[in-house]
Design a protein around this ligand. Structure first.
Ligand SMILES: [Ca+2]
Length: 376
């Protein structure tokens, strides 16, 4: 799909959505009993990433190139200060995450498709969130801390979840940009999990810091990981990626490992042609789980809350094409699908987050899109 980059600054940015969400709630039968899905904010344009703040405000990105605060059901105005963002296809403003020092310094990180020489690539910036009132504010000290080394045309597969680890380093996922062989190239940031310090430098412990690949690379061979979270059991990173047809997969990316794409995959091309060399090969890692048929997985979260004791320690994955929330239970070192929630009822689930009160928040990627709170 050709991409027409739209410089965000050229967009008409005057739409301030200050209407409170309409009261709208539905009840669903689940393995944890009846649960309520309540729309708590509406009118967002393709929301992509969300960080829940301590006072209950939600910091939300819209793919079209806007970041907003949502508080008490009211969607605030665009927060000024974003850099130029190439909006088109799957690109735009993508994930957002609070830094380790958010409470003291207001540091946030966000990912986006950056316009550059030769096209676009996934980039990450840091900024200081300065809040004004309940749901207003601005971004100060905006600084690009990472950009893919190779820009390219085309609007597919930017990856782009950000996970802040307890040591304050950032895991960032990138997609293959629709050019599968790049996922195997060690001199290319595409198709990878990357690990960077909060200032963008290379932290100690990266597997290729001394050579063999770009120093930011943590793992390679990923197609388009759009979900990532830390496993509360051992702190390890878990990712979920869009595969080819029948090849969406969950991985536990370890330093210096290769997760196979496009050499091995459980998927086939959407044209029906086979891909690569089969399902397995020595030296390439197996996924922990894969979906056939595909569900188009996006954001993920481990559940550690008290509201749904039946679901404690389970993994939730949002599905776009599948329009549902998938619950997975542990199965040895891996996971197995246990339940499909809200299938077809709420829309494309772009992201899922756990609130401190144990409820789950879903981002519905649509225009207008919305935020839904799952509780009981
Ligand atoms: Ca794989």
């Amino acid at each position: 799909m050709p991409t027409r980059p739209t410089r965000r600054n050229a967009l008409v940015a005057g739409v301030c959505l200050l209407a409170a969400a309409p009261a709208f709630a539905e009840t669903f039968k689940t393995s944890a009993g009846p649960v309520t899905a309540e729309t708590i904010a509406d009118g967002l344009r393709n929301p992509w990433g969300m960080q829940i703040l301590k006072d209950g405000a939600l910091l939300v990105t819209e793919r079209e190139g806007a970041m907003r605060l949502v508080k008490d059901g009211v969607v605030g105005p665009e927060l000024p200060g974003l850099p130029d963002i190439a909006v088109g296809g799957q690109g735009g403003l993508l994930d957002v995450a609070a830094g380790c020092d958010f409470e003291s310094a207001g540091t946030i990180f966000f990912s986006y498709s950056k316009p550059g020489d030769g096209g676009f690539g996934t980039a990450v910036a840091s900024a200081t969130l300065v809040r004004e009132g309940a749901n207003g504010g601005r971004l100060d000290n905006v600084r690009e801390i990472f950009a893919m080394n190779r820009m390219s045309r085309g609007g597919r597969h930017f990856g782009s979840r950000i996970v802040v680890a307890p040591d304050c380093t950032l895991f960032v996922t990138t997609g293959d940009r629709g050019d599968a062989p790049r996922a195997q190239m060690m001199d290319d940031h595409a198709g990878a999990v990357l690990r960077i310090a909060p200032d963008g430098s290379v932290p100690a412990g990266n597997p290729y810091a001394a050579g063999g690949g770009l120093a930011e690379i943590w793992s390679k061979g990923h197609r388009n990981p759009q979900g990532a979270a830390l496993d509360p059991q051992d702190g390890s990173l878990v990712t979920v990626e869009h595969g080819a047809r029948g090849g969406d997969e969950i991985n536990r990316p370890l330093a210096g490992r290769n997760y196979g794409w496009p050499v091995i995959t459980y998927g086939i091309d959407y044209s029906g042609l086979s891909i690569g060399e089969g399902n397995s090969k020595q030296g390439l890692e197996q996924p922990l789980f894969h979906w056939d048929p595909s569900i188009a997985p996006s954001g993920m979260a481990f559940y550690t809350g008290a509201m749904f004791p039946e679901w404690r320690d389970d993994l939730f994955v949002g599905a776009l094409a599948g329009m549902m929330l998938v619950r997975l239970e542990r199965d040895g070192d891996g996971f197995t699908e246990a339940e499909r929630l809200f299938e077809g009822a709420l829309g494309r689930v772009r992201d899922v987050r756990q609130h401190a009160d144990g409820s789950l928040y879903l981002l519905i990627d649509d225009d207008p899109g919305r935020i839904i709170r799952i509780s009981k």
